[in-house]
Design a protein around this ligand. Structure first.
Ligand code: BG6
Length: 517
């Protein structure tokens, strides 16, 4: 039988634009409205509203589109439109175009109210019904909860009570929720079941904005579209993997969200464990969302913290120091943080993945604020060659081969390997071979939120972690969180450095060291 399956066959249609299976076509959302709860907050202002404009500018929003802001402020539609306009002008990726704005602005509405106020949801229902009539949004509504998670159950219940969550065959109702999805496994389960009581799992879209990044999606292309890497993508060749998300910014102004949460819950539980899952998972049998999710679930089920946790993990909190030429304060002096706060701003853990492919290969994950530089990368570090037919002096400057997936800011891939230094003697030294998105492609990457909001409207769930993935990620992290809670204050590190000494020690124990990106 030929390998040319139904799955790969492309419809021999006269007009390829009509073939829904052709994934190269721009995907344009159908008629719908998007309601943003917490529409006046930072996330909406800096990310969501600009992303909606960028989608409109790219022609990816339908003409029948409505945008409803729901928040406590006593605003009119016009005042909210001005707020959206300011946010668009300040934060979009694409240049401002008045014609795009005017079309978008026609569908913008505002509903004033608090999350537990029933009459406000009556007003919301009326506004949505008007948009259906006036703009043809067809009863399709996405509710984006850009609000603290403890309000999710209340909002979902109110939506249900007002018939706004009701799923009918010809129209859809979806809910989009932002992390943190709980603060440990138990609270995540409670939250998930409260949301699922109203919205069935297929209609819940959990945002992990890292999955919307082009470079993160490229992990699957790199691994599964090429023959080059798979043969060495395993414990026979890989020594260890380092996943780093470093930020140079501090936490001024974010105490309300961050104090008591810390780096591990904020970043490792979601972004970094998703990066691990994509790096370590097996090949899905297709790119159907359920197939990708099921491979991620399998690999997360096989992942656990290396023991003893006290030696395989590190926690830190930044003190004052220099960030470039600026002197910055320590966490305890940041506005809103109490002296004596034990919230960690740096966390590193060691994970083991108990599968044939990865047995014995440590995965080191680290993240922190006020580190040396903003960088996110996955470095797959290879074992040394079993034998080198050179004198030791010739390879003194040869390190370990590495393949580094640069997620941001300088998106691309680096391969690091040894090369002869030009000259009459044999000297081998590490060199880099680089692929850079900026140079290889002329189009700029969309912002993560553009892709994710579009996928919500299209009902395409591949880039959203499932309930199972979220709960497994908590199950992996919880033992460290418990142990750290008892350990008290995290180790101090100076702002502008690469974290506490304990982070270096954890790798030094196995004769390794962190990359200094
Ligand atoms: C968020 C975290 O999820 O990601 C923030 O809550 C962090 O603490 C942010 O600053 C970083 O996102 P990005 O896309 O700039 O790497």
């Amino acid at each position: 039988m030929s390998g040319y399956s139904q799955k790969t066959a492309r419809k021999p249609s006269g007009n390829p634009l009509r073939d829904p299976r052709d994934k190269r076509l721009p995907r344009i959302a159908g008629p719908c409205s998007l309601v943003i709860f917490g529409a006046t907050g930072d996330l909406a202002r800096k990310k969501l509203l600009p992303a909606i404009f960028d989608l409109a500018a790219a022609g990816l929003l339908p003409p029948s589109f409505g945008l409803v802001g729901f928040a406590r402020r006593d605003w009119t539609d016009e005042q909210f439109r001005e707020f959206v306009l300011d946010s668009v002008k300040g934060h979009t990726r694409t240049p401002f175009r008045a014609a795009v704005w005017e079309r978008l602005a026609e569908g913008i509405r505002f509903v004033q109210g608090s999350f537990d106020e029933s009459p406000a949801f009556d007003r919301l229902a009326t506004t949505l019904a008007e948009l259906d009539r006036e703009r043809g949004t067809a009863g399709n509504h996405a509710f984006y909860l850009a609000i603290p998670p403890d309000s999710f159950p209340t909002v979902c219940t109110r939506l249900h009570e007002h018939g706004l969550a009701e799923q009918l065959r010809k129209r859809w109702r979806r809910v989009v929720i932002e992390k943190p999805f709980g603060h440990d496994l138990e609270s995540a389960q409670e939250l998930n079941s409260a949301v699922n009581e109203v919205f069935p799992e297929d209609n819940v879209f959990r945002i992990d904005h890292y999955l919307g990044k082009e470079t993160v999606q490229n992990i699957l292309a790199l691994r599964f579209a090429n023959q080059l890497f798979d043969p060495i993508w395993n414990a026979h060749y890989v020594d260890h993997v380092q996943i780093t998300m470093a930020e140079d910014i501090g936490l001024g102004g974010r105490a309300g969200y961050y104090d008591g949460i810390g780096a591990a819950r904020d970043v490792i539980q979601n972004h970094l464990l998703q990066l691990l899952a994509l790096t370590a998972m097996e090949e899905p049998i297709s790119f159907e969302p359920s197939e990708i999710q099921s491979e991620k679930v399998k690999v997360l089920s096989a992942t656990r913290l290396a023991e003893p946790i006290a030696e395989t993990s590190a926690r830190g909190q930044y003190t004052d120091g220099w960030q470039g030429s600026e002197h910055v304060c320590g966490l305890q002096d940041e506005e809103g943080f109490v002296t004596g706060s034990t919230t960690e701003t740096f966390a590193a853990i060691t994970l083991e993945v108990d599968t044939r492919r990865w047995a014995g290969v440590p995965f080191y994950l680290r993240t922190g604020k006020r580190l040396g530089r903003r960088v996110t990368e996955i470095a797959v570090v290879f074992k040394r060659a079993p034998h080198l037919p050179f004198d030791a002096t010739m390879t003194e400057e040869l390190g370990q081969n590495a393949l580094v997936i640069r997620i941001q800011p300088d998106e691309g891939i680096t391969m690091r390997f040894g090369s002869k230094v030009p000259g009459s003697s044999m000297q081998v030294r590490d060199v880099n071979m680089d692929f850079s998105y900026g140079q290889a492609f002329t189009v700029s990457s969309p912002e993560a939120y553009e892709r994710l909001i579009l996928d919500v409207m299209l009902g395409e769930p591949s880039l959203f972690p499932s309930n199972a993935e979220v709960e497994l990620s908590w199950a992996i992290l919880d033992p460290a969180l418990r142990e750290w809670a008892e350990a008290g204050t995290p180790d101090p590190y100076e702002s502008g450095t690469w974290g506490p000494a304990s982070a270096d020690q954890l790798l030094a124990r196995s004769g390794r060291e962190w990359r200094r990106p």
